[in-house]
Design a binder for this molecule. Structure first.
Ligand code: FE
Length: 340
């Protein structure tokens, strides 16, 4: 019965999608991660195994697409740039558990699903870009960002972006919703301008003197520092230095990029090979350095540029709890009208 349904599903999808997507020796990936970050890994994977990776990239809507496609979905592996979407996909029943020590042996327990449906691959910290010129202090805490001493001096992207929802979710886990709401109000009151643009745009604003502190992910600093296509970004990066926020209560917030095997993966065996490959030492080093991130496997060193930013104490909150708090975080962002 199951087999028949599955065959029918495959047949149905083959009509809907291209037949190539269901050919052997192919793994289909839906990726929230930029193609240029993952393509080098897929190329290396093909070289090693002969298996081709076909990728659909989108910044939004891939999980919704998986839901709509249901059992007919051609997707084998979902790649995301945050934990929220991994948990969302698992919660919606779009994943399947993987018992494979080539993966679990490489990804620390705190950075993967206790039910082994999703796995972190790289880690990034949400830090402060501080103006080299105007900010003298070397330490800061997230709590301090709500201190009136920074009135009119802080820039950030919109509060409802997954990166900020992660940070706010971590704050909720540590301090509860009431204190987090007060913090968010304080942070809003300190903003130099309405939240807009991405993390790099905030570094640009610091360089332009519009703000002294910006909130951003670590890897954007590396991407700007080395940007040959838009060399003006090197100036944006050069105007700031990274401070890893930390207080006795809350360490530096980290989020992960990661992977999940789709529930109905048509190429399960090859997909598993891809996931093992992505978790391997070789890929960890390559994947992390590609985007100036931290490998989740502590045995693998980050790239030179990343290491140059210094060390930090990651916040102790469970990454799963951060993901679970995203809804509450989004609610608070609305309540304090953070983006208006
Ligand atoms: Fe990003």
């Amino acid at each position: 019965m199951f087999k028949a349904a599955r065959l029918l599903a495959l047949f149905g999808s083959a009509l809907l999608c291209s037949t190539a997507a269901f050919a052997d020796g192919v793994v289909n990936v839906y990726s929230y991660r930029q193609p240029q970050l993952v393509q080098p890994l897929f190329d290396a994977f093909k070289k090693e195994t002969g298996i081709e990776v076909k990728m659909v990239f989108a910044e939004k809507g891939l999980i919704e697409r998986m839901e709509q496609e249901g059992a007919l979905s051609p997707v084998d592996v979902l790649l995301t740039a945050d934990v929220g979407r991994l948990v969302e996909a698992a919660d919606k029943g779009l994943g399947q558990p993987i018992a494979d020590d080539k993966i679990t042996g490489k990804v620390p327990a705190a950075l993967r699903d206790p039910g082994n449906q999703w796995f972190g691959l790289t880690m990034r910290a949400r830090v402060v870009y501080a103006s080299k010129e105007r900010v003298k202090q070397d330490t800061i805490s997230y709590e301090e960002l709500a201190d009136p001493k920074w009135k009119g001096k802080i820039c950030t992207r919109p509060g409802d972006h997954p990166y900020n929802l992660g940070l706010i979710g971590a704050m909720i886990a540590k301090r509860g919703e009431v204190a987090t709401k007060t913090w968010l109000e304080g942070l809003k009151a300190n903003l130099a301008v309405k939240p807009s643009g991405n993390d790099r745009a905030q570094a640009k604003s610091v360089a332009a003197g519009e703000c002294d502190l910006a909130i951003g992910n670590t890897y954007y600093m590396g991407l700007m520092m080395t940007n040959e296509k838009e060399p003006e970004q090197k100036q944006w990066a050069a105007a700031s230095r990274i401070i890893f926020p930390s207080s006795p209560e809350m360490g530096t917030h980290v989020n992960i990029s990661g992977m999940l095997m789709a529930k109905n993966a048509p190429h399960r065996d090859d997909a598993l090979k891809l996931m093992e490959f992505l978790a391997s030492d070789e890929s960890q080093a390559l994947y992390a350095s590609q985007n100036f991130e931290y490998p989740v496997n502590p045995a693998i060193k980050p790239s030179e540029i990343v290491a140059s930013w210094g060390s930090f104490t990651p916040d102790s909150v469970n990454i799963m709890e951060v993901a679970r708090n995203q809804k509450a975080a989004a609610q608070l962002v609305n309540e304090v009208q953070f983006n208006d």
